[in-house]
Design a protein around this ligand. Structure first.
Ligand code: HEC
Length: 106
């Protein structure tokens, strides 16, 4: 009984009103993070093509669906190529942005 209670207490929250990705991120918070950073280079619609420092930004409507969660996390945490710097290193922020990407560019 005690074991069952403990398991129950540790179970992930089932209220998923804002949780829209399997990775557990919050797409609503992710939208704000995207709007504050990613959007500057990839555009609100994600199609990119913005050239800020020598390389046009990637089209996220094409690249996001092609990459795994781990690959997206790598791009967000470490940056990509020479023109995209690291964006977020807090794992919660990274998960939120990925949840937003999965919702918006499936
Ligand atoms: C300063 C501009 C800039 C910002 C801010 C930025 N990016 Fe990028 N991003 C780029 C550029 C430029 C490329 C293409 C780099 C290359 O091809 O060498 C890119 C590429 C990517 C790719 C494609 C990687 C691949 O493997 O093909 C993904 C995914 C991506 N960005 C996601 C994001 C997300 C998510 C954010 C916000 C958390 C973000 N970017 C913020 C400029 C930016």
């Amino acid at each position: 009984m005690l074991v069952l209670l403990t398991l129950f207490a540790c179970a992930p929250e089932s209220d998923d009103s804002a949780d829209t990705s399997d990775g557990g991120g919050d797409a609503v918070a992710g939208a704000e993070l995207f709007g504050g950073t990613c959007k500057n280079c990839h555009g609100a619609d994600g199609t990119g093509g913005v050239d800020i420092s020598g390389t046009p930004s990637a089209d996220l409507t094409v690249r996001a669906p092609a990459l795994s969660d781990a690959e997206l996390a790598d791009r967000i945490e470490n940056g990509f190529g020479t023109a995209m710097p690291s964006q977020f290193t807090d794992p919660a922020d990274v998960a939120d942005v990925i949840a937003y990407l999965r919702d918006t560019f499936p």
